[in-house]
Design a protein around this ligand. Sequence first.
Ligand SMILES: *[C@@H]1O[C@H](CO)[C@@H](O)[C@H](O)[C@H]1NC(C)=O
Ligand SMILES: *[C@@H]1O[C@H](CO)[C@@H](O)[C@H](O)[C@H]1NC(C)=O
Ligand SMILES: *[C@@H]1O[C@H](CO)[C@@H](O)[C@H](O)[C@H]1NC(C)=O
Ligand SMILES: *[C@@H]1O[C@H](CO)[C@@H](O)[C@H](O)[C@H]1NC(C)=O
Ligand SMILES: *[C@@H]1O[C@H](CO)[C@@H](O)[C@H](O)[C@H]1NC(C)=O
Ligand SMILES: *[C@@H]1O[C@H](CO)[C@@H](O)[C@H](O)[C@H]1NC(C)=O
Ligand SMILES: *[C@@H]1O[C@H](CO)[C@@H](O)[C@H](O)[C@H]1NC(C)=O
Ligand SMILES: *[C@@H]1O[C@H](CO)[C@@H](O)[C@H](O)[C@H]1NC(C)=O
Ligand SMILES: *[C@@H]1O[C@H](CO)[C@@H](O)[C@H](O)[C@H]1NC(C)=O
Ligand SMILES: *[C@@H]1O[C@H](CO)[C@@H](O)[C@H](O)[C@H]1NC(C)=O
Ligand SMILES: *[C@@H]1O[C@H](CO)[C@@H](O)[C@H](O)[C@H]1NC(C)=O
Ligand SMILES: *[C@@H]1O[C@H](CO)[C@@H](O)[C@H](O)[C@H]1NC(C)=O
Length: 564
Amino acid sequence: MALGRLWAVPLIHIVLLLGLCSADDPFVFFDFKVSYITASPLGVPQQVIAINDKFPGPPINVTTNNNVVVNVHNKLDESLLMHWSGIQQRRSSWQDGVLGTNCPIPSKWNWTYQFQVKDQIGSFFYFPSINFQRAAGGYGGFIINNRPIIPIPFATPDGDIVILIGDWYIRNHTDLRKSLNGGKDLGMPDGVLINGKGPYQYNTTLVPEGIDYETITVHPGKTYRIRVHNVGISTSLNFRIQNHNLLLVESEGSYTVQQNYTSLDIHVGQSYSFLVTMDQNASSDYYIVASARFVNESLWQRVTGVGILHYTNSKGKASGPLPDAPDDEFDKTYSMNQARSIRWNVTASGARPNPQGSFRYGSINVTEVYVLRNTPHVTVNGKRRATLSGISYVNPTTPIRLADQYKLKGVYKLDFPNKPLTGSAKMESSVINGTFRGFMEVIFQNNDTKMHSYHMSGYAFFVVYPGAWTAILVSLDNVGVWNLRTENLDSWYLGQETYVRIVNPEATNKTELPIPDNALFCGKLQHLQTPQDISSATTFGGNRLSFVFTLLMILCALIPSFLC
Ligand SMILES: *[C@@H]1O[C@H](CO)[C@@H](O)[C@H](O)[C@H]1NC(C)=O
Ligand SMILES: *[C@@H]1O[C@H](CO)[C@@H](O)[C@H](O)[C@H]1NC(C)=O
Ligand SMILES: *[C@@H]1O[C@H](CO)[C@@H](O)[C@H](O)[C@H]1NC(C)=O
Ligand SMILES: *[C@@H]1O[C@H](CO)[C@@H](O)[C@H](O)[C@H]1NC(C)=O
Ligand SMILES: *[C@@H]1O[C@H](CO)[C@@H](O)[C@H](O)[C@H]1NC(C)=O
Ligand SMILES: *[C@@H]1O[C@H](CO)[C@@H](O)[C@H](O)[C@H]1NC(C)=O
Ligand SMILES: *[C@@H]1O[C@H](CO)[C@@H](O)[C@H](O)[C@H]1NC(C)=O
Ligand SMILES: *[C@@H]1O[C@H](CO)[C@@H](O)[C@H](O)[C@H]1NC(C)=O
Ligand SMILES: *[C@@H]1O[C@H](CO)[C@@H](O)[C@H](O)[C@H]1NC(C)=O
Ligand SMILES: *[C@@H]1O[C@H](CO)[C@@H](O)[C@H](O)[C@H]1NC(C)=O
Ligand SMILES: *[C@@H]1O[C@H](CO)[C@@H](O)[C@H](O)[C@H]1NC(C)=O
Ligand SMILES: *[C@@H]1O[C@H](CO)[C@@H](O)[C@H](O)[C@H]1NC(C)=O
């Protein structure tokens, strides 16, 4: 699954970029061609979104403090934004790839993201953030490795494996979108994919013949780091590997207290790293399972992801029933307690020394408190919508961050309420006014019947069980406009999101990077956009690439410390 790095950026561009950032931190370049391909993960051909013709996309695999440059070429028939989920974008919400910060990349255009993965480490993923495209794929892992001088709190694993799990529909994302726009629920998914592939035929009644399934080949006795991400739409999944312990070590960029689990619930948007030791006798292959949680098992058993863990010395195929899921489909206590058992290891160093023990929680002065409450979908202005605190968010056609940059008034309102509104829900572009260097307490109340995981861009993830609440404290130290959303894709699509706007009142260029040179313009700023010459934006491979590569090789030879 190694991603070939294409050195397709002209040299002038590289030199320019080096001028803007710390030359000590290396640049890594990626070219992403985002296009439809036909795949049949559940046995039925359908259009899925691929990156460089791969579904799922290749992992981005970089090191703390690298400057990451991704030239995204939109070969879809609709606009696109790529979001780097969990990447903090310090001082640069410009690169976050959501509608509050970026204009969508029009069909046939390309746009180059550039950001530094400053002080970060761990397992994340990327995905297309608009138009319900994540339901069609377009996602891949995003790994940030430790720098050599930073120790990790476990022995270096013998291998590194990314596993993307998620619920899946045979209907394509445009059809699913139509259902949602028409006020319909999506209904039960058709399956759960593991790395873009359907289930192994463990049962001939439940799984049709001829489905291509994921096989992960391992060596006996070795220990692998397995990074598991739920990239699906709305289904919480229980992840397990037959006869193998999952030693949890990291979640979304923080090391955890190390604990063994036989299975773990992974909610939409969550990422976990496990160390898995291949300590079995390989009398057969073993099942890798991702099964839907909190649902009627007899109805949902065909909606189960099944892959194969294959030892090189395996003596036969996996057979028999799948390893058992937790037997508590209508009781969330076990799952909740399991989630509570996951704790940060505050003594383990992260990307920088002791980042996890930096705050003394008792002495924090909370500057603002927000109670954010959802409900099951409601009807607003005749449309079926999802809400947060009684507001169903509407994305203005001009991104908030751009509107601020150009001092445009009336694009959005800075009036998001501290407490849920009473009365009927409304559709608004309502944004939270965050106090720079303040501490915001957020209490998420899940009044829906489904699980929700909330994500604040540039910050972290928070899981909220139905009928329960979760309180968090956010240090508002990152200037920018940050998306706060449910990861549940249908609820997000229908408006269960807002933004937190953090502005430094002092006029300085130190707390936020300037608007990028290549910023796209849209909405009220459309007149600033020059058309893109799409005929020249198609060079993949071919002569120019090898020319640039040759030049780079020469440059590397001349200046050994430069990128080489
Ligand atoms: C989605 O499927 C519908 C048919 O159900 C088809 O008309 C449409 O072109 C497809 N769209 C994409 C993007 O594949
Ligand atoms: C589009 O890609 C070309 C190279 O293929 C690159 O030179 C150009 O800077 C890219 N445009 C943007 C806006 O990133
Ligand atoms: C936490 O990390 C430290 C430092 O690497 C390590 O020595 C310790 O064993 C870890 N503790 C747990 C409970 O995982
Ligand atoms: C990521 O890169 C590291 C360091 O080069 C390598 O050890 C690891 O196997 C890579 N992981 C994946 C999933 O490609
Ligand atoms: C396959 O699944 C069906 C439906 O749950 C079940 O009745 C049957 O016993 C299973 N077959 C085997 C071989 O386990
Ligand atoms: C996890 O389980 C393995 C056996 O598979 C055991 O050797 C190890 O000590 C356990 N680790 C913890 C932290 O419980
Ligand atoms: C391997 O392990 C399985 C399950 O633990 C056991 O049933 C089987 O007898 C073992 N086979 C050998 C050859 O040891
Ligand atoms: C689960 O679904 C089956 C099949 O439709 C149904 O018979 C059963 O009553 C359901 N169980 C519960 C607890 O709702
Ligand atoms: C909180 O406020 C008190 C009183 O104004 C002040 O003494 C203290 O330093 C503040 N704490 C922090 C962490 O800023
Ligand atoms: C936003 O908050 C700041 C203080 O952090 C305050 O000065 C400003 O008036 C607020 N703006 C609005 C529109 O409420
Ligand atoms: C949602 O709120 C209503 C009214 O307060 C309450 O009756 C209901 O139990 C709540 N449902 C959940 C799932 O929290
Ligand atoms: C910030 O940078 C811009 C462009 O480089 C410059 O015009 C402006 O004067 C700077 N502002 C401050 C406060 O330094």
